[in-house]
Design a protein around this ligand. Structure first.
Ligand code: PGA
Length: 252
């Protein structure tokens, strides 16, 4: 069985002090949860969040990292820096990174290689834009993004990878994919992973849904057998709302 992962993507919200207050309120609410929980705050908040989650089962992820080991790359953060702090997860190729910061499929692939080398759990984001969905390109886009992300990576190394299916038209828009639409895309993604790297890896790979997940729709989404968790933006900024989403997922 695939363990549900409920991950918070805080994007560029919350100062370190605000992050601390969030965790003070949030941790008691999810103490009993058997789902895997990860908080992905802005990089500057990572030390405060890691400190606050000590002694709990909540994991901490970064929203981004660079593929190079080190070097003259002003403003970037390396995998070794994340590991040294105690970070376990990293989001790679979020659509906002692709859209606003020019991240290409090739860059996503290089970052994935480095994240795996450092034993981080990569959460690789894929998903179609609205115009692509309307032109019937959903399958083509998702399969292309996965194929290029996994390019030339030894399948044996991919077992840790988590995929987040995030239709761009559903991110921050309030428009959620219906559970049926999401499950259909998840099936397409899983069969593409099976075609690329084998059924055993595909069957074990967690595929999260992301895009306007909130307490009101979380249960219906997480009840879908094909949906192995959620990547939550807006609704993860409030402790009660994120805790309600964590609890909506019935552990495997
Ligand atoms: P949202 O963002 O929940 O605010 O739609 C999800 C994401 O971008 O990961």
């Amino acid at each position: 069985m695939r363990k549900l992962l409920i991950a918070a993507n805080w994007k560029m919200y919350k100062t370190p002090t605000e992050a601390q207050s969030f965790l003070q309120a949030f941790l008691p609410l999810v103490k009993e949860s058997r789902n895997e929980i990860a908080i992905c705050p802005p990089a500057i908040d990572l030390p405060a969040v890691l400190h606050a989650v000590q002694g709990s089962h909540v994991k901490v992820g970064a929203q981004n990292m660079y593929f190079a080991e080190e070097g003259a790359f002003t403003g970037e953060i390396s995998a070794a820096m994340l590991i040294d702090l105690g970070v376990s997860h990293v989001i790679i190729g979020h659509s906002e990174r692709r859209q606003y910061f020019g991240e290409t499929d090739e860059l996503v692939n290089r970052k994935l290689v480095t994240a795996l080398k450092h034993h981080l759990v990569p959460i690789v984001c894929v998903g179609e834009r609205e115009d692509e969905r309307e032109s019937g390109l959903t399958e083509e886009v998702c399969c292309r993004q996965i194929g290029r992300a996994f390019h030339q990576i030894d399948p044996a190394k991919l077992h840790k990878v988590v995929i987040a299916y995030e239709p761009v038209w559903a991110i921050g828009t309030g428009k959620t994919a219906t559970p049926a639409i999401a499950a259909e895309s998840h099936l397409i993604i899983r069969s593409e992973v099976a075609r690329l790297v084998g059924k055993a890896i595909a069957d074990n790979m967690r595929i999260l849904y992301g895009g306007s997940v909130k307490p009101e729709n979380a249960e219906a989404l997480l009840n879908q057998p094909e949906i192995d968790g959620a990547l939550v933006g807006g609704a993860s900024l409030d402790p009660k709302s994120f805790a309600a989403i964590v609890k909506a997922g019935v552990p495997a």
